[in-house]
Design a protein around this ligand. Structure first.
Ligand code: ATP
Ligand code: MG
Length: 726
């Protein structure tokens, strides 16, 4: 195995600067690459992976590489394969969640689980916690399940099982009962044969502790461990890594303390600072040359982050010749902001910049709506990354619950979700005795239902319906072996009457939901089995691009970590929105500093140009607010920034007159201006013209929205004021 390193220049070393090369070639022993944004940390990690494989230092299965998102894992795999020209099958490459799951699947019994355990998402988790609260007679109005869910998650992020929660934790919740509720929740999960996301690593830790021989096997197996975005690991992840790396100590972590943005989720930037203590003799490499951004972008980002205290501090430089300074726009309101960004993107597009090179990064996900609408109006392709996900839509969740109920007999949450969906007349009068029986006997609801229908407990109608429902589930389960899985999924949706429910539904979104169900079945067919599909759904953190067309990326700042784009728009730089009020209320100065790091992450995503914007009025939750511009705007050094104020009917901005205190005011004048209204002007079948898409025929009308089949550019949904009768 231990061949000499291949003679340079090998493709994976090409173009690396000396410290990068040092980081790539220091294969043995602990190594920390600590450096600023865009200095090539991820690139170093990728090159290292390629070198390890090419030099045959390890087989793919002997390398454990952790990335922050599934998408990053996918990209890293592709790059490694491009570099070494061979498959990397067998690599342990993925997110902490995915890797933890892979290990858990191999030893479920050591964590008290049966092999076919299911993974709950946040929604299921909350539903289950609600039940736990109800059983413990805790008033869920006073002590919401969501809050308990956050507490439990935090404890799991710290690596605490119920018996490990220190006394005095979360005493404010339900008179100090949170630890007991956590315990009850874990017991419920065990009965359901289910885990939540936090459990994936927590169970790994339990396994490693209870079965040291299993840990030893993995310590032996993973000759090399590589970790990207190390600044955002939480304690559980840190403990997991430390255990796995202890034996061979070939662990390489890369990170940037200035980009730690998950403190609110339990990330501990201290992990990075502790590295040298944990791994004695660790080598530290610092990279200073930024290859990504222009001097203006780097200067602005560095100036901003210098306002944080308690940084390790670092110098960054770039040789990238400068183009424009950053632009900061002040606009009247959120809609104007969306118009501005839309117009700028069109200009960029005409200048030959691909939409795929443009990103709009928002602080809060509600902000995407205005941009989405604007982009639809303009016919700009876009995708929302990590946003309201396809699998989170109601019909997708329902269909998935059907599959889970068929596949996993213990999955009570899935059973409950679908037992009366579509409505079959199985109401509370049936469900209550059912739940009672299941609890008393400690059996899954499905099994309890089968017993209950053998008794006189239920009224005849309910009994028959429930019996027939159970027969359907059994029938589908029996067909699992015989029928292609996508066909079976399709049959389940049909035979259960679920599809019919949406066909009959006359709400405007009914057809869309049916389309989503089609899409879901098509997606299922792409996997080898229903289990694989469900696992994928549980793990998918971000939506893959639906269309192959180049599109503008719309996502939150948190989701943008590690990515890069030519042009980055950063809207909504207003006090309260960014920095976000909640972060400051909950964590004071530390919260503000984390927000500033988030701004730093946003700025440093850009290669060529950044456009920041700030609105004078913003509609939030149905109310108009007049926020101050973000303090981060003032913190951008003048020499790197150009400031523009949009002309507003000759009026000085409201905040100049002292209205900028966040109080609610009436809708500003420019909002109530009547828009050109063409409602009723068009009819289905009419021929129309659009300046970009040419001629087409209207095929559906929904208020101001038209769906038009264009002769050359296919079907588009547009706002009516943008098309002319032809
Ligand atoms: P972040 O902190 O944002 O995660 P990073 O440190 O991981 O950034 P990379 O994404 O690896 O940085 O690199 C930033 C950009 O610089 C990439 O486009 C990468 O290909 C390029 N790059 C890195 N090193 C070099 C180099 N030696 N020569 C040319 N380009 C480089
Ligand atoms: Mg990176």
């Amino acid at each position: 195995m231990e061949d000499a390193l291949p003679a340079a220049p090998a493709p994976w070393l090409a173009g690396l600067n000396p410290p990068q090369r040092e980081a790539v070639e220091t294969l043995d022993g602990p190594l920390l690459v600590l450096s600023g944004a865009g200095t090539g940390k991820t690139r170093v990690l990728t090159a290292r992976l390629a070198l390890l494989l090419a030099a045959k230092r390890a087989w793919p299965s002997q390398i454990l590489a952790v990335t922050f998102t599934n998408r990053a894992a996918h990209e890293m795999r592709e790059r490694v394969e491009a570099l070494i020209g061979q498959m990397s099958a067998g690599l342990w490459l993925g997110t902490f969640h995915a890797l933890g799951l892979r290990i858990l699947r191999r030893h479920p019994e050591l964590a008290g689980l049966k092999p076919s355990f299911s993974i709950l998402d946040a929604d299921d988790q909350e539903r289950l916690l609600k039940q736990v609260l109800a059983e413990a007679d805790v008033d869920a109005k006073h002590w919401p399940a969501r809050q308990l869910s956050a507490i439990v998650q935090r404890w799991k992020d710290k690596g605490w099982r119920p018996d490990q929660v220190p006394a005095g934790e979360a005493e404010y919740f339900a008179a100090g009962r949170a630890p007991a509720l956590y315990k009850a929740y874990q017991e419920r999960l065990a009965v359901l044969n289910a885990v939540d996301f936090g459990d994936l690593l927590l169970h790994n830790l339990t396994i490693f502790q209870r079965a040291p021989e299993v840990l030893e096997r993995y310590q032996e197996q993973f000759r090399y461990i590589l970790v990207d975005e190390y600044q955002d690991t939480n304690i559980a992840q840190y403990l997991w890594l430390r255990l796995l790396a202890q034996h061979r100590r070939n662990i390489c972590c890369v990170g940037d303390d200035d980009q730690s943005i998950y403190g609110w989720r339990g990330a501990e930037v201290g992990n990075i600072l502790r590295f040298e203590n944990d791994f004695e003799g660790a080598k530290i490499v610092r990279l200073e040359q930024n290859y990504r951004s222009t001097g203006n972008i780097l200067g602005a980002a560095s100036g901003l982050i210098a306002n944080n205290h308690g940084r390790l501090g670092k110098t960054l430089w770039t040789t990238r010749e400068d183009s424009r300074p950053l632009v900061v726009h002040t606009v009247p309101d959120g809609e104007a902001e969306a118009r501005l960004v839309g117009a700028e993107i069109e200009t960029l597009q005409h200048a030959g910049i691909g939409l795929g090179q443009i990103a709009v990064l928002v602080r809060a996900s509600f902000q995407t709506r205005a941009f989405e609408e604007r982009f639809v109006t303009l016919g700009l392709n876009y995708r929302v990354i990590g946003g309201p996900r396809f699998y989170e839509r109601r019909e997708a969740r329902d269909a998935i619950a059907y599959l889970r109920a068929v596949l996993f007999p213990e999955d009570d949450l899935a059973f409950e979700r679908i037992v009366n969906l579509p409505k079959r007349g199985i109401g509370d009068a049936t469900l209550q005795p059912l739940r009672r029986l299941a609890r008393a006997e400690q059996i899954p609801l499905g099994q309890a239902a089968r017993r209950l229908v053998e008794t006189e407990e239920l009224r005849v109608n309910a009994r028959n319906t429930l019996a027939s429902f159970c027969r359907s589930i059994d029938g589908w389960r029996a067909r699992l072996e015989r029928e292609p899985h996508a066909d079976l999924a399709n049959a389940i949706l049909e035979e259960s009457g679920y599809r019919e429910m949406w066909r009959k539904n006359k709400a405007p979104d009914g057809p869309g939901r049916l389309e989503n169900l089609e899409e879901l079945v098509q997606q299922i067919a792409r996997f080898d089995s229903l289990e694989d599909f469900l696992e994928h759904v549980a793990l998918v953190m971000e939506v893959e691009g639906g269309s192959e067309m180049e599109s503008v990326s719309l996502m939150t700042l948190h989701g943008a970590k590690g990515l890069e784009f030519d042009i980055v728009f950063l809207p909504g730089w207003e006090e309260g929105l960014f920095p976000h009020q909640r972060a400051m209320d909950e964590n004071g100065l530390a919260g503000l500093e984390e927000e500033r790091r988030l701004a730093y992450v946003g700025l440093t995503r850009a290669r060529r140009h950044v456009v920041v914007s700030s609105a004078l009025c913003r509609m939030v939750a149905g109310r108009w607010l007049t926020p101050f511009p973000s303090r981060f705007i003032d913190e951008l050094p003048d020499e790197h920034v150009e400031r523009h104020m949009e002309e507003m009917f000759g009026r000085a901005p409201a905040w100049r007159y002292g209205a900028g205190d966040g109080r609610v005011i009436n809708a500003p004048a420019w909002e109530v201006k009547p828009r050109e209204d063409r409602a009723g002007q068009f009819e289905v079948g009419q021929r129309v013209f659009h300046r970009k898409f040419g001629y087409g025929t209207v095929c559906a009308i929904d208020h101001h929205k038209l769906t038009v089949e264009f002769e050359t550019s296919g079907s588009k949904t547009l706002v009516d004021s943008f098309v002319e009768p032809a």
